[in-house]
Write a protein that binds this ligand. Structure first.
Ligand SMILES: Nc1ncnc2c1ncn2[C@@H]1O[C@H](COP(=O)(O)OP(=O)(O)O)[C@@H](O)[C@H]1O
Ligand SMILES: [Mg+2]
Length: 201
């Protein structure tokens, strides 16, 4: 079996708008280890070979991953296929949320990847401060997906309706100005997008 070694190093600079809680390598390693152990039988996450606590290294099976991000960035891939992949990632996210109310924390499209048409969630070492972290996970995934897919308003509308069907009840979020600024700046998110997550679904 081919393996991948993931080692914790220090945190890169993050915008103060991103709500990331700065954590040292030890804390990040421990969060990822805890998540991988907790999720392994319930959610598609990479198979663990071993945890090297001293070195803060995780050895895992190496997959033939293509990230959701790179699919969505491909201009020749049809929108219907992009939509299908996004909704598969929403399903994976929902499963994570159903395991003892866990949250991904960094649910961008580069942290979901397909191997053999199966969607996996990756990268559990981040942690954000927000009163409604599950909806924040969904917002990260949807904002990034709509932006990379270059969906127009109508395509966005259709996607969000399907997200609601797949996910079930979405706890409405109260956007702070800083959140709107962040999503507008980073993903060009529009007012309809904010309204969708604001209203009761
Ligand atoms: N088990 C794996 N097998 C193959 N590729 C992987 C595996 N885990 C991660 N990757 C690849 O490495 C990239 C970075 O991994 P990730 O866990 O997101 O680390 P980081 O914290 O550096 O973002 C992923 O986007 C994925 O393409
Ligand atoms: Mg990552």
């Amino acid at each position: 079996m081919k393996i991948v070694l993931k080692k914790k190093i220090r945190v890169r600079f993050q915008s103060p708008l991103s709500r990331l809680i700065p954590q040292n390598a030890q804390q990040r390693y421990e969060r990822e280890k805890d998540y991988l152990l907790k999720l392994k039988n319930q959610v598609n996450v990479p198979e663990i070979i071993s945890f090297e606590d001293e070195k803060k290294e995780i050895k895992m099976k190496r997959y033939n991953f293509t990230t959701l991000q790179s699919y969505l960035q491909n201009p020749s891939l049809e929108n219907s296929i992009k939509e299908d992949y996004i909704l598969q990632a929403v399903n994976v996210l929902k499963k994570i949320h159903d395991v003892e109310d866990r949250v991904h924390g960094d649910a961008y499209t580069n942290n979901f990847a397909l191997d053999n048409e199966i969607m996996y969630a990756l990268d559990f070492d981040n942690h954000r401060s927000h009163p409604n972290p599950k909806t924040l996970d969904l917002i990260m995934l949807c904002a990034d997906s709509i932006y990379l897919s270059k969906f127009n308003l109508e395509e966005q509308r259709q996607l969000l309706e399907k997200v609601k069907e797949r996910y079930g009840e979405i706890k409405p979020i109260k956007f702070a100005l800083r959140d709107k600024a962040f999503y507008k700046l980073t993903f060009n998110s529009n007012s309809e997008f904010f309204d969708f997550f604001n209203k009761k679904t």
